[in-house]
Design a protein around this ligand. Structure first.
Ligand SMILES: [Zn+2]
Length: 92
């Protein structure tokens, strides 16, 4: 799903900002990247569920020992480049 170019860019951005990447659960230092983005859809209230509203797109970095998933907002990593994506990013 993700291109090699996107994976390299994501890895570079995370490496720039997180030194010594370590799993907070098991202290393992090896992770794999999810092969696609997550979109955490924001809900206006807890009594209903709406699909297609604003969300926070993230990439998941998964501990290859215990499976802990660390999600990183791609907007903060500077990876939302086009106008369509910026429109969907909260606070933009
Ligand atoms: Zn772990």
């Amino acid at each position: 799903m993700l291109s090699n170019e996107d994976k390299i860019k994501i890895k570079q951005e995370i490496d720039k900002k997180v030194s010594n990447l370590t799993c907070p659960m098991c202290q393992n230092k090896k992770f794999v990247m999810a092969d696609g983005y997550f979109n955490n859809t924001m809900q206006p209230d807890l009594k209903s569920f709406s699909i297609g509203g604003q969300g926070i797109p993230t990439i998941g970095i998964i501990c290859n020992n215990c499976g802990f998933v660390s999600q990183h907002a791609v907007g903060v990593l500077g990876l939302l480049n086009n106008d369509k994506n910026k429109k969907d990013e909260p606070g933009k």
